[in-house]
Structure formats: C-alpha cells, structure tokens
Design a protein around this ligand. Structure first.
Ligand SMILES: Cc1cc2nc3c(=O)[nH]c(=O)nc-3n(C[C@H](O)[C@H](O)[C@H](O)COP(=O)(O)O)c2cc1C
Length: 196
C-alpha cells in the first residue's frame, strides 16, 4: 500500500491543470524532453508493446513545415509554443516485441494480423500520449493536445519513407495563465459511470 500523492500534486496533475493555448517565453530544453520520456515510458501498454514514437518539433523551420498541416487557431499555437510533439506510432512496433516482452514473443501474432496490430498501435500510442501529457505536468510544464490537423499531410511532411504514422499533436511549454478562458464543466460521476 502506498499513500495518495499530496493534494498539491493532485492539483498540478488534474484539478488545476489546464489545456494552454498561449505560452510564456520560457524555453523547453532537450533535457526536459528527455526527462518527460523517462517518466512516460513506464506507463503500461499491451504486452509492453510501446508503439508510440515522438517527434518533438522545436526549430522555426520545422514548425513552419507543420503549420500548413494544422487548422484554424492551431496555427498560432504551434508557432508560439516552444515545442509541439507529433505523437505517432510505429506500424512495425512489433519488431521490438521479443525484447520488450520476453515472457511471450508476440511478434508473429501482430505480424500476421493487420487489424490487431493497427488497433494495438493506435490504442496504446494514444495512451502513451496521455502518459506524456501527465509526465509533462508532473515536471511543471503545460500542454495542449490537438486533433485539428491533417494526419495524411503530417505523415507526408515528416514521416515519408518510414513506418511512423501520426496520431495527435501536443504543444508543450509553460502556459500564460492570464490568457486562459473559464474552464468548461465536466460530466458528473453519475452521468459518466456505472458501478455494477
Ligand atoms: C484529443 C484532443 C484533441 C484536441 N484538439 C484541440 C485542437 O485541435 N485545438 C485546440 O486548441 N485544443 C484542442 N484540444 C483541447 C481541448 O479543447 C481541451 O483539452 C478541453 O476543452 C479541456 O480544457 P481544459 O483542459 O483547459 O479544462 C484537444 C484535446 C484533446 C484531448
């Protein structure tokens, strides 16, 4: 048994954490991006498959390559955020299965079943993207996940000739709290949950 984390940590991760659309000038260093990965990598994935791949877009030139792929107000958010992660998955993630789950080699299982490998890659990379967001929050950063973009164009612009495919985008940085709009409500427990 472990004690619950502190109320301040709960606030930082959940109740006071916001999706930020405006950013302070504070940069995000490569060491911080590594630190985020070193936390998120421990999140569970099915048969420890770890299909997520991350491309951290940081330079002005690479940001401009991303701009035509995104919609509406996301353009300005990408330009102004210190970093945008392209949360992707490797279609051939199971090339690492033997190493990652030595108790049972799932390589052939995935290699012979495209529907299973696609569902596994998408489900688990989505989860790993969420682990990334909460790892970033745990380290004091803010994030904004984004689905307002053209996946095919991102794949063509950044992953052509590879087995990586984009899942979602996520800006990372230190948010400007003064520009937050009032928080949206959430569904209650009774609206969202059943105990049977
Ligand atoms: C999968 C996903 C896609 C989203 N897409 C966008 C987007 O394209 N642009 C944007 O500005 N915000 C986007 N958001 C942010 C949501 O609008 C935001 O998380 C939600 O309104 C809750 O806001 P809060 O975290 O500040 O309470 C997205 C969030 C998620 C999880």
């Amino acid at each position: 048994m472990r004690p619950p984390i502190s109320p301040d940590s709960v606030k930082q991760l959940f109740t006071e954490a916001r999706s930020h659309h405006h950013w302070s000038d504070q940069p995000v260093t490569p060491d911080t991006l590594r630190a985020i990965y070193e936390l998120m990598k421990w999140g569970p994935t099915s048969v420890n498959s770890m299909p997520a791949r991350l491309l951290f877009v940081q330079s002005a030139a690479e940001k401009e390559k991303l701009v035509p792929c995104v919609m509406g107000s996301n353009v300005e958010q990408i330009r102004t955020a210190p970093v945008t992660a392209i949360v992707a998955f490797d279609e051939r993630f199971f090339a690492h299965s033997k190493k990652l789950f030595p108790a049972y080699d799932a390589t052939e299982l995935f290699a012979n079943d495209a529907r299973l490998s696609e569902a596994t890659a998408f489900r688990n990379s989505s989860m790993q993207g969420a682990y990334m967001m909460f790892a970033a929050r745990a380290l004091g950063l803010d994030v904004c996940p984004m689905s307002g973009f053209d996946n095919a164009l991102v794949d063509q612009s950044f992953f052509q000739g590879t087995t990586w495919k984009s899942n979602f985008l996520c800006t990372l940085g230190y948010g400007d709290e003064s520009k937050l709009y009032p928080r949206g409500p959430r569904l209650s427990f009774d609206e969202s949950c059943r105990i049977v």
